[in-house]
Design a protein around this ligand. Structure first.
Ligand code: NAP
Length: 248
């Protein structure tokens, strides 16, 4: 019997890479899901990291992968399984007249359909041998406050918050869930924000200033606090939380 195992989406870079690293360092094997791999992480952690190449924007491909054996095989024998729904996209940025419709569909698939599908699949995987399942949706302050240029991102992250609230109302035995806003973190996504145009994202320069003044959280520091909370006995007591409040 293996104690705890994890599934981390978007482990190839940014916050997801740091969360995968933090969990692996704590002796928790990780199944990483992303389009690209993370060879440096795999080299550091050998067989403890298993990587699956998946485009989470392709909901049909994800459904077909979930219908296979990989997830069930991964969960088999674990007493506790953690799912970190971290993969996400900010695109398309911009007001409605600038939003490419196929990019809207891809964002909804990556930011909403995939985490909801993975959460349901996890609840069904492993049977009664798995005593505890914890789902952490990586949400955002943008779920709770509107930002010009981020209507798709705001709406998709708000969907995760409300999913967590409703799943908690289900009170499924052994299942805990939380949609957690992680703070503003120095990842490639922040680079994407700074590379945007003011037409697409009017607050661009404020985010650039935040980076220039050292106001962004380091991914490894954020991952350490996120993992502390994920493994804490109070995880999921509130279905919607902000890591900055928990770090105080
Ligand atoms: P990032 O640097 O852009 O990394 C995104 C990760 O998601 C990558 O590993 C990427 O992997 C994966 N991903 C994106 N599209 C995918 C797809 N179609 N299929 C599979 N995987 C996909 O972003 P980040 O800043 O680390 O953000 C991580 C999470 O934190 C996101 O949910 C984001 O919304 C949230 N967040 C970030 C901040 C921040 O300040 N950075 C603030 C609040 C919330 P591949 O490209 O290899 O597929």
């Amino acid at each position: 019997m293996i104690g705890t195992k994890a599934i981390v989406s978007g482990h190839s870079r940014g916050l997801g890479a740091a969360v995968a690293e933090e969990l692996l360092a704590r002796g928790i094997p990780v199944l990483g899901l992303a389009r690209r791999g993370n060879p440096a992480l795999a080299a550091r952690h050998g067989g403890q990291l298993v990587e699956v190449a998946l485009d989470l924007a392709d909901s049909a491909a994800l459904a077909s992968w979930l219908a296979g054996d990989t997830l069930g095989d991964w969960v088999a024998g674990a007493e506790r399984v953690l799912l970190v729904n971290n993969a996400g996209t900010l695109q398309p940025m911009g007001p409605l007249p600038l939003q490419e419709c196929d990019a809207v569909a891809r964002a909804v698939a990556v930011n909403v359909a995939a985490p909801l599908m993975l959460a349901a699949a996890l609840a069904q995987a492993g049977g009664e041998d798995v005593r505890e399942r914890r789902v952490l949706h990586v949400s955002s302050g943008a779920a709770r406050k509107p930002y010009a240029g981020w209507s798709v991102y705001c709406a998709t992250k708000a969907a995760l918050d409300h999913h967590a609230r409703a799943v908690q109302a289900d009170a499924t035995p052994g299942l805990r869930i939380c949609a957690l806003a992680p703070g503003v973190i120095d990842t490639p996504m922040q680079g994407e924000i700074r590379a945007s145009t003011l037409e697409r994202f009017p607050l661009r320069d404020r985010f650039a200033e935040m980076q220039a003044s050292g106001g962004l959280l380091a991914p490894d520091e954020c991952a350490m606090h996120l993992a502390d909370y994920l493994l804490d006995q109070d995880f999921g007591r509130e279905p919607v939380a902000d890591l900055r409040d928990l770090m105080q």
